[in-house]
Write a protein that binds this ligand. Structure first.
Ligand code: BTN
Length: 237
């Protein structure tokens, strides 16, 4: 395991974006605190020092990178497995890459790529709320931590070790052609929900009908089925 641990860093994703070319495939970079933690859609990711698990994993293997649409789902699935193993209840995946427990967001994933003509590497950035009790900021839905949901405090280093082991196993499985779709479909938090999605550049209210084999989301809009491949999905409120 090639692992790098920072007490403080700007962002583990940003660090790997700067150093990917001299780091081996599957380098694991963890930080106790990020000064400029990054979330999806230009948002920030806030985490109090030493309270949560924050890491990034570097993927340079071309065979795996070709499956990028499924990588974020399989990463979310890996965190869902970790949470179930730790006794968390009602763990689901909110497409494409959040993990929910008891209807609250407990983990966010930011997948970034580095391209120079073609894709050079992928960086999977994972933030899991572990022991933090108070969340500040503007949230559509209040997030939660493992501690809040179970009343137990967790050893973050141990969780990091397990997260790495589970991710390695599953990403290797994905590379070898293992079929995660039945399990991903079972954990689809958005199934049959009314959500708001970007369709052809317009925000629309849609009903989620399922997960396609390529990892895209099947939705129904104005009585017709269409696929959503990326972008923001938010709850219809
Ligand atoms: C989201 O918006 O839900 C995604 C959040 C991803 C946060 C993690 S924490 C480790 C890694 N480094 C970052 O700067 N962001 C990701």
């Amino acid at each position: 395991m090639h692992s790098i641990h920072f007490e403080t860093i700007d962002s583990t994703n940003a660090w790997l974006k700067r150093h990917w070319n001299v780091q081996p495939d599957m380098t694991f970079v963890r930080a106790d605190y990020q000064r400029q933690g990054r979330g999806r859609g230009q948002r920030r990711w806030f985490s109090q020092p030493d309270e949560n698990l924050m890491f990034s994993l570097l993927i340079k293997d071309g065979q795996l990178m070709a499956k990028h649409q499924l990588i974020s789902l399989v990463s979310a699935f890996s965190i869902a497995q970790l949470l179930e193993e730790q006794g968390l209840k009602s763990v689901m995946i909110k497409w494409p890459n959040d993990v929910y427990a008891e209807d609250k967001k407990i983990c966010g994933i930011l997948l970034e790529g580095v391209s120079q003509n073609e894709l050079q590497c992928l960086i999977i950035g994972i933030g899991l709320n572990v022991n933090q009790l108070v969340f500040e900021g503007e949230y559509l839905r209040e997030p939660a931590s493992m501690y809040q949901l179970t009343g137990r405090k967790y050893d973050i280093s141990q969780l990091a070790f397990r997260a790495y082991a589970i991710l390695m196993k599953n990403l290797n499985g994905l590379k070898q052609g293992e079929d995660f779709l039945p399990r991903l479909r079972q954990l689809n938090y958005l199934q049959d929900r009314l959500v708001s999605a970007m369709i052809d550049g317009n925000r629309k209210t849609v009903v989620v009908r399922g997960l396609n084999d390529d990892g895209s989301l099947k939705v129904e809009v104005d009585g017709q089925e269409t696929d959503v491949t990326s972008g923001e999905i938010s709850f219809h409120v």
